[in-house]
Design a protein around this ligand. Structure first.
Ligand SMILES: CN(C)Cc1n[nH]c2ccc(-c3ccc(F)cc3OCCn3ccnc3)cc12
Length: 389
C-alpha cells in the first residue's frame, strides 16, 4: 500500500509534476480494447453493483436521497447541494446515454454509493483534437461508509465501463485538488435576495452595513431591458445551435452540440434550466442566456431550509452587450425566485462579474482531463468553454 498522499491517483494516467515536460500532448496511455476487463471490479462482502434507471421513480428517489444527504458541501459545511430528481434526469439522461453508465452500489437494497458518466465529444486545444469521451460527475459515498476505499472502486468501475466502449479519456470537475488540475477556476456570487442571504449566513454585515442598505445596493429593475428577450422555444433550436457552436470555438476546451443536444440541454424545463433568447426583426435570434436551478440545503438553520441558487450556464452575446445581457439574466433569475446568481470566471464571464457586483466565492472549482496531456499543462479559466453541473 502506497503511503503517499493521493495513493490512488498516483496509479492513474494523469501527468504528475516531474514527468510534465517529458510527455507529448495527447493521450498518455493508448487503450487496448482486448485488454479491458469484461467483468465488474470486486466489491467487499454484501456490497453489489446496481445500474440505476433514473426513469424509475423509486430508483431516482434513492439517488436523490443519497446525494441530498451525502454530496458536496461548502468549505464551512453550512450548505449541501440538493439536486432535484428532474434536474438529475436532465443532467444524466442526455441523447446517446448508456444504461450502464449510471453506476450504483447497494447494500441490502439500499444505495450507498454512486458515480455517473455521460458521453460527450470534447474539442481539446484545437479543432483536430475532437475526442469522444465521458463526462464524469456525482461521485458520492454515504457518509457512514467513508474510508472503506469505495470511491476508488467506483472510479475504476466506471473507467472500465467507458473503456469497454472504446473511449479512453474523461473530463470532470471538483472543489478539491487531486493530481492534476488542467485549470483552477473561481466562483462568484451576485446577491438577489440580500435579506435571505444574511439570514442563512451566506453573507454577513460589517459594522457600517444594514440589511436595508444591502437591499438598496443590490436592487434590480422589475423587468429586463433588452427588447425581444423571451423564453427559448423549440423553433429557436436551429439558430441557438449555430450561435452556440460558433461562440464556443473561441475556447480551448468545448463541446460541439447537435440540434438534438441543444433541445435537451437548453429547452426550458421548469425548476431545472431557463434559457432566454433575444429575437430581432424577421425572427432573427442574435443572443441567448441560460442558467440552471441548483438549490443548496441550509444545514441547521432555524428559519430557512434552502438557498435558491441560479448558476450561469452558457451565454452568447453577438449583438447585445454581454453586461446588459447578464444584467437581464439577474433580473429574470430574481423574478423566478432565486436568492443568488452564481458564475465561474470561465469563458467571457470576467467581462461582467465586477460590473454587475458579483462577490468572490470562498473556494475554487478545478477542471480535470483523464489520460490527456495538454500542450502547456494548464489552461486559463477564460480558455475553458464547458460548464459541468
Ligand atoms: C460542478 N459539480 C461537479 C458540482 C461540484 N462539486 N464540487 C463543487 C465545488 C464548487 C461548486 C461550485 C460551482 C460554481 C459555483 F458558483 C459555486 C460552487 O460551489 C459553491 C460552494 N458550495 C458547495 C456546495 N454548496 C455550495 C460546484 C461543485
Amino acid at each position: 500500500k502506497l503511503n503517499k498522499p493521493h495513493q490512488f491517483w498516483q496509479t492513474q494516467p494523469m501527468p504528475n509534476i516531474n514527468e510534465m515536460d517529458k510527455l507529448k500532448p495527447g493521450p498518455i496511455q493508448l487503450g487496448v480494447l482486448a485488454e479491458v476487463r469484461k467483468d465488474p471490479f470486486n466489491l467487499i462482502e454484501k456490497y453489489e453493483w446496481f445500474n440505476v434507471d433514473l426513469r424509475n421513480e423509486e430508483q431516482a428517489q434513492q439517488v436523490y436521497t443519497l446525494l441530498k444527504e451525502n454530496y458536496v458541501e461548502d468549505d464551512d459545511n453550512m450548505f449541501r447541494f440538493d439536486y432535484s430528481i428532474e434536474f438529475l434526469r436532465w443532467a444524466l439522461l442526455p441523447p446517446g446515454q448508456y444504461a450502464d453508465w449510471l453506476v450504483g452500489v447497494r447494500v441490502n437494497q439500499k444505495l450507498v454509493g454512486f458515480i455517473s458518466g455521460i458521453p460527450v465529444t470534447l474539442f481539446i486545444e484545437n479543432q483536430q483534437n475532437k475526442v469522444k469521451m465521458t463526462e464524469i460527475n456525482f461521485l458520492c459515498v454515504h457518509k457512514k461508509i467513508r474510508s472503506n476505499r469505495l470511491a476508488p472502486v467506483l472510479i475504476k468501475e466506471i473507467t472500465r465501463r467507458v473503456h469497454i466502449k472504446n473511449m479512453w479519456q474523461a473530463v470532470y470537475t471538483a472543489g478539491i485538488v487531486v493530481p492534476t488540475p488542467i485549470s483552477q477556476t473561481r466562483y462568484y456570487h451576485r446577491s438577489l435576495n440580500a435579506k435571505k442571504l444574511i439570514e442563512v449566513g451566506f453573507s454577513s454585515l460589517s459594522a457600517r452595513q444594514t440589511i436595508s442598505r444591502q437591499q438598496k445596493l443590490y436592487k434590480l429593475p422589475e423587468e429586463p431591458k433588452t427588447p425581444g428577450l423571451r423564453p427559448m422555444k423549440k423553433k429557436d433550436v436551429a439558430q441557438v445551435t449555430k450561435l452556440l457552436n460558433e461562440y464556443l470555438k473561441n475556447f480551448k476546451l468545448y463541446f460541439k452540440y447537435t440540434e438534438e443536444e441543444v433541445k435537451h440541454w437548453f429547452l426550458p424545463r421548469k425548476d431545472v434550466i431557463s434559457t432566454y433568447v433575444v429575437e430581432k426583426e424577421q425572427g432573427i435570434v442574435t443572443d441567448f442566456l441560460s442558467f440552471y436551478n441548483l438549490p443548496s440545503q441550509v444545514i441547521n438553520n432555524p428559519k430557512h431550509t434552502h438557498l435558491k441558487a441560479a448558476y450561469s450556464y452558457y451565454n452568447v452575446a453577438t449583438q447585445t452587450p454581454i453586461v446588459q445581457l447578464m444584467y437581464d439574466a439577474l433580473i429574470l433569475a430574481k423574478n423566478e425566485g432565486f436568492d443568488v446568481f452564481n458564475a465561474l470566471d470561465i469563458m467571457d464571464n470576467d467581462k461582467f462579474l465586477k460590473e454587475l457586483m458579483f462577490c468572490s466565492g470562498d473556494g475554487q472549482l478545478n477542471y480535470y482531463l483523464y489520460n490527456w496531456k495538454l500542450e502547456n499543462d494548464m489552461l486559463k479559466p477564460e480558455e475553458i468553454g464547458i460548464v459541468l453541473v
